[in-house]
Design a protein around this ligand. Structure first.
Ligand SMILES: *Cc1c(COP(=O)(O)O)cnc(C)c1O
Length: 361
């Protein structure tokens, strides 16, 4: 058996060690005689898995005690709809910064519940930049300011945490959570679907400053109420236990590898190698994002001639490099290089790109 280097944007590659442990524990979870996914979520085995996942994530990210951590189903998109329902009064103004596809999605999910103030929007320029917070037109009485830390499709990333004063900062970290040290105390809410950088699809993490949970929000079913979910320890109904377990294994792996400081170093080296390969190709490959806003996690790039796309993908696949096809809204190629992508994978991709250029130049 040989595993390819998988550059999928999400669901994305998982650490091989995590998959092997899950495989080993699949039929008999630590001597219980059943898989963890066949056991009650109220039983001692799963309660321990869930508690460890939270404790480990808190340690990995340095999440302060005045922040709650929720594990939810429904993906980041559902969080985008629940955020206005939980943290804004009906029709209250909320500021949205749109720097790519996912910022647009967040706005679309919130629009039925709040009055959107579009504080910044780079769509006219093709989503190639991350305008500094000093240029955002924020409203005075906003319920919160929402932005996307890393735009997974357009490859645009905010590295510095925006200072928006007293208004809670709500951030979509789906594709860059735990990729480098982050001062969680600067945020009101951080949310992320797990399937990019934290583990499997089917579970999301919502990190909320606890005082915000006392906001009345809007009329909603109890299952959509974050405070109720917290009171029930994210088990108001049956949680996605297999996904929660895999997330826990992935977080443990990240801690064992050296934590976010180590991943920050690896991720910086991986991104630098790939962007250098693109920039030094003499225009054979190109990335169109303003250099200061280039994502460390998702590297979209185009070949100088779109007729080369199909051979590039076919030959990459033969070389054991898969899932490089760009998102349909952008075309071209995209290499997603999250924590679980080893440096050897990016080195192999860079070498392949140079070789492909030599052969098809
Ligand atoms: C993938 C992604 C989403 C959507 O996540 P789902 O789990 O499919 O709802 C939202 N925001 C960002 C930044 C993403 O990368």
């Amino acid at each position: 058996m040989s595993r390819a280097y998988n550059f999928s944007a999400g669901p994305a590659t998982l650490p091989e060690a995590v998959l092997r442990q899950a495989q080993e524990e699949m039929l008999d979870f630590r001597g219980v005689g059943a898989s963890i996914v066949e056991l009650s979520h109220r039983g001692p085995e799963f309660i321990q898995v869930a508690a460890e996942a939270e404790a480990d994530l808190r340690r990995l990210m340095g999440i302060p005690q005045d922040y709650a951590v929720l594990f939810t189903a429904g993906g980041a998109t559902t969080a985008q709809a629940l955020i206005p329902l939980n943290f804004a009064a009906p029709g209250q103004v909320a500021d949205y910064v749109v720097t790519g596809h996912w910022g647009k999605t967040a706005l679309k999910q919130a629009a039925p519940y709040v009055t959107i103030n579009l504080a910044a929007n780079t769509e006219a320029g093709g989503f190639r930049d991350a305008p500094p917070p000093s240029t955002w037109s924020l409203s005075k009485d906003a319920a919160y300011v929402h932005y996307t830390a890393n735009e997974t499709i357009h490859g645009v990333e905010y590295r510095d945490i925006p200072d928006v004063g007293e208004v809670p900062l709500v951030a979509d970290f789906s594709s860059s959570i735990a990729s480098e040290p982050l001062d969680v105390s600067k945020f009101g809410v951080i949310y992320a679907g797990a399937q990019k950088n934290l583990g499997p699809v089917g579970i999301s993490v919502v990190i909320v400053r606890r005082d915000l949970l006392s906001r009345a929000g809007q009329p909603r079913a109890d299952i959509f109420n974050y405070a109720s979910n917290l009171a029930a320890e994210s088990m108001l109904n049956t949680p996605p236990s297999w996904n929660w377990y895999l997330l826990g294994l992935t977080v443990k792996w990240m801690l064992a590898e050296g934590g976010v400081e180590e991943f920050a170093r690896r991720n910086a080296r991986k991104a630098a190698l790939l962007y250098t390969t693109i920039d030094q190709s003499g225009g054979y490959y190109r990335n169109e994002v303003v250099p200061a806003a280039r994502s460390r996690m998702n590297v979209p790039f185009f070949l100088h001639d779109a007729a080369l796309d199909a051979p590039f993908l076919a030959e990459a696949k033969d070389a054991g490099l898969i899932s490089l096809k760009g998102h349909r809204v952008l075309g071209g190629m995209r290499a997603s290089i999250y924590n679980a992508m080893p440096e050897e994978g990016v080195q192999a991709l860079a070498a392949f790109m140079q070789d492909f250029q030599r052969r098809h130049g």
